[in-house]
Design a binder for this molecule. Sequence first.
Ligand SMILES: C[S@@+](CC[C@H](N)C(=O)[O-])C[C@H]1O[C@@H](n2cnc3c(N)ncnc32)[C@H](O)[C@@H]1O
Length: 257
Amino acid sequence: MDYDATSIPERYRAARELPGPVMLRWLSAVRASAPLPRGSKIADVGCGTGRFSVGLADAYASHVVGLDRSVKMLAQVRSRDRHVSFCLADAEALPLRRGSFGMLFLSNVVHHPSDIERAAVGFADALQPGGFVVVRNYVREQLRDVPYLTFFPEALASSREMLSSSREITAAFGRAGLTVVSRRTIEQLVAASPIAYLRKVRSRAYSDLAALPDHAFEAGVARMTTAVSGGWRGSLREPIALFAFRKGSRIRMRSRS
Ligand SMILES: C[S@@+](CC[C@H](N)C(=O)[O-])C[C@H]1O[C@@H](n2cnc3c(N)ncnc32)[C@H](O)[C@@H]1O
């Protein structure tokens, strides 16, 4: 999806911001998945508004470069942290020196490039031997457990088309010489209450909702509003997978949910 052709960038920060404890949980899971020497260079590929870039720089005491192909998403970056820089770039042609990065981090990005396998070859190329690619993403087989999609059958169907399964992601990266070394699912708390979740969904900052025809979006919002007004007590957690891939690794995979 071309984010510059949508109005997602203006709404993304407010709608998708993670509360401090949730962000810390992610950063701690990323660090556990990808133990890097202090000071290793990190790229946040498809960084968007830089939601993870600053946290990664702090968590690893490293320099992070955030890369995104959307001018409008990068225009929303608010960080002035001197350990983080941002650059307009396409994940399928990264302007990174060969063998120079300890980790590439991709949050909700792997379903966007037109050819993820080709992009993965570029990721492997930018990594030092033993370097990591960490992928945080919704995966196809867990979409039925994403609560808001219950109210948006068309978005559930399009997300099934758009997103890859864990197996497909692992295979694409594997063909690029990146071996999966860990995989887990984090049930991320996305809102403090059903009404807060409805507000978030209504802001339409999820790319599958942004891509729906207006009438389908409005019908889904109406269904969710009726449910929430009627005391809906569904889950406020969305399952998001976290993979770590390693360049040139023969380590056996650790997996837990
Ligand atoms: C769902 S947002 C995720 C942003 C950020 N990683 C986060 O988790 O908040 C997806 C981002 O990927 C970017 N993107 C999509 N395709 C891309 C590509 N081929 N190269 C670089 N960035 C891309 C979009 O512009 C958008 O900012």
